[in-house]
Design a protein around this ligand. Structure first.
Ligand code: GLP
Length: 233
């Protein structure tokens, strides 16, 4: 695991975009993409660049169960607005939040991942150490599945909704095992609210109690932090 500490999220995002370009120059065709506030400046850099993504495929990490693709709170909508509307990709995949047959949807998505092996996966980090929506306790070999969200995640994500009760209680999430199959991984985390999770991820034992600690001892993983997120290392 390579850890890069930058001054702020702007510098961090530029660094992450440089690594994306490097991988694309090396032939990467499939990007694993993440939502949340963390990757937004990097998506802005991508949008403002002259790089063409129209030959690229994207596979997103997760989606809230129950939200339609055009729901303003859905991750599908987030990706459209922040990236795909301005930088079209050849093909984009996000789990279907409206799928009612969880088993069919999760096996469909596992096949999407198998058919489109991820060259570079972008990750954010939950305050409790989650990656995607793999909450504490998620097995390191897990594949896509329907997962319940923890109270702390519902509370943290309530800021994007009118009311905490509107935050879905379940999500479809790519599993940790699927994430680990990516050829390369970049995890970004900014702000002091992530400092404990960063410490547990990098210095704590590798345990499902901190899902991101599954990335420990992997030389294909780059962690990009701002000084606040790195403050407890
Ligand atoms: C959500 C997403 C994660 C994301 C996390 C952190 O729970 N499922 O993929 O990393 O939030 O969000 P933020 O970047 O807004 O702190």
């Amino acid at each position: 695991m390579k850890v890069i500490v930058t001054k702020n999220n702007e510098d961090a995002s530029k660094k992450a975009f440089e690594l994306i370009k490097e991988e694309m120059n090396n032939g990467a065709k499939v990007l694993g993409l993440a939502t949340g506030s963390t990757p937004i400046p990097m998506y802005q850099d991508m949008v403002n660049s002259d790089i063409d993504f129209s030959n690229m495929t994207s596979v997103n990490l997760d989606e809230y169960v129950g939200l339609a693709p055009d729901d303003p709170q859905s991750y599908h909508h987030f990706m459209q607005v922040n990236l795909f509307d301005k930088k079209p990709f050849a093909k984009t995949y996000v789990p279907d939040g409206l799928a009612t047959d969880a088993e069919a949807e999760t096996s469909r998505y596992n096949k999407v991942i198998a058919d489109n092996p991820i060259d570079l996966q972008i990750l954010g980090l939950g305050r409790n150490g989650h990656i995607g929506f793999n909450e504490p306790g998620s097995p390191f070999d897990s594949e896509t599945r329907k997962v319940p969200l923890t109270e702390s995640t519902i509370e943290a994500n309530a800021r994007f909704f009118d009311n905490e009760n509107d935050v879905p209680k379940f999500a479809y999430s790519m599993g940790i095992g699927s994430i680990l199959k990516s050829k390369k991984i970049i995890l970004m985390a900014f702000g002091s609210a992530k400092a404990d999770a960063i410490k547990a991820m990098i210095e704590g034992p590798a345990t499902p109690d901190c899902p991101a600690s599954a990335l420990q001892n992997k030389d294909n993983v780059t962690i990009i932090l701002d000084t606040e997120a790195a403050s407890k290392l």
